[in-house]
Design a protein around this ligand. Structure first.
Ligand SMILES: NC(=O)c1ccc[n+]([C@@H]2O[C@H](COP(=O)([O-])OP(=O)(O)OC[C@H]3O[C@@H](n4cnc5c(N)ncnc54)[C@H](O)[C@@H]3O)[C@@H](O)[C@H]2O)c1
Length: 367
């Protein structure tokens, strides 16, 4: 393995279906990163990515790729229920590992992966790319700086549309074993993670789920939950793939000193009782910079990303930001923004939603 402190970091991708090529495109945009190998059990998928990005080594399985000594970082882009198995193997093969969301489909699998992270000392991150959106970073910074006061209510909605053909397009989609859930585990996990990260965590919940509008799926296409947060605030979470023909994701956070709304990946509103009001990332980033002097942690990153946001974020851009954060952790032996324990948090919430819906009882987390 290369000395990771200098030179290019060399990447390999396991799984070249829908999201694998997004990783390839993001790596391709990073100057000190190089994609050296790709793999897929469906050979033409890996070959297509290899051709597009001039990758010399194409493997027909994850194991063949992991045996390659020239790879520093492996991206796991296989179906959700394979993530922990693939990632544990990769860590034990001496690689640093980026795992697509969700971390895996059970808490037992997440815990196995965290144990391997601890045991090998290799770096691990779980993709939650919207944490790196300028809007999210700004709202997080404003909350952490106390500008919204004490949070009293937080709501998240993922009202999307997925066709029956979408679920029929892959054997693993819509199954408990490989998808691990439906609208909440697959589509909603991003927003569950943002909600828990922004608010500081969920402590208990009560939920209903339904398979209401699709056929031939085992999992939910509608989920609603009433939440209690660790700071005592309450809120709600709704996720569906049955809302024709889809709305932007939305997170509303109300504090004693102001409110913040994120819609899609953009800041819709940040409004404080002291009269400050911002309707764009740029304005909010500037105000936050001024208000916080040079002390903010994510402010500079947010301000930089806000400055480019107006040009229209390209798909894959947030993946690039998370991969860069991970590369920084690898090079400095530091912590990525999301490690194994961070990646587990939204899975615990989602599994608790399923438990509550199944039993008809509220669930207290962390038990
Ligand atoms: N972050 C995001 O926005 C985002 C978006 C889409 C998908 N995802 C996640 O990415 C994962 C993959 O989703 P997808 O839509 O790309 O699925 P997909 O079915 O399109 O692709 C998965 C690929 O993995 C390959 N594969 C399976 N076993 C393998 C093995 N042992 N070695 C090598 N390749 C193997 C399959 O042949 C397939 O091509 C899922 O967990 C999904 O939740 C994340």
């Amino acid at each position: 393995m290369a000395e990771t402190g200098e030179g290019k970091l060399r990447f390999g991708i396991i799984g070249c279906g829908s999201i694998g090529p997004t990783h390839a495109g993001a790596i391709n945009q990073i100057a000190d990163a190089e994609l050296v190998a790709v793999s897929d059990v469906i050979a033409e998928r890996a070959e297509k990515v290899a051709q597009k990005y001039g990758v010399a080594r194409v493997h027909d399985s994850h194991r063949a790729l992991l045996a390659d000594p020239d790879i520093d970082i492996v991206c796991v882009c296989t179906p959700s229920g394979m993530h922990a198995d693939n990632a544990v193997e990769a860590l034990r093969a001496g690689k640093h590992v980026i795992v697509e969301k969700p971390m895996d489909v059970s808490l037992e699998a997440c815990d196995r992966l965290i144990a391997a992270e601890d045991e090998t000392g290799k770096k691990l991150t779980i993709i939650s790319q919207h944490r790196f959106d300028a809007a999210t970073l700004l709202v997080k910074e404003a909350i952490d700086a106390g500008r919204l006061g004490r949070i009293v209510l937080a709501d998240a909605t993922v009202k999307w549309w997925r066709t029956q053909q979408y679920y029929d397009s892959g054997e693993w989609r819509g199954t408990w074993q490989w998808d691990g859930g439906g609208a909440l585990m697959n589509q909603g996990v991003h927003t569950v993670d943002l909600l828990q990260w922004l608010t500081g965590g969920v402590s208990s919940l009560y939920a209903h789920t339904r398979t209401a509008a699709h056929e031939r799926i085992e999992v939910e296409d509608v989920a609603v939950a009433a939440l209690t947060f660790e700071n005592g605030a309450v809120g709600t979470m709704t996720a569906t793939t049955a809302a024709y023909d889809g709305l932007p994701v939305r997170i509303d956070i109300f504090g004693t000193e102001g409110s913040a709304i994120i819609e899609g990946d953009r800041l819709k509103m940040l409004k404080l009782k002291n009269g400050e009001e911002y309707a764009s990332e740029q304005a909010a980033a500037h105000a936050l910079s001024v208000a916080m002097g040079g002390t903010a942690s994510v402010k500079d990153e947010a301000a930089t990303r806000a400055a480019t946001a107006e040009a229209g974020a390209v798909w894959g851009d947030a993946h690039r930001a998370q991969i860069e954060d991970f590369m920084r952790a690898v090079r400095t032996n530091g912590k990525p923004l999301i490690d194994g324990r961070g990646g587990r948090k939204p899975i615990e919430i989602i599994k608790s939603v399923y438990q509550s819906a199944r039993t008809g009882q509220p669930v207290t987390l962390g038990k």
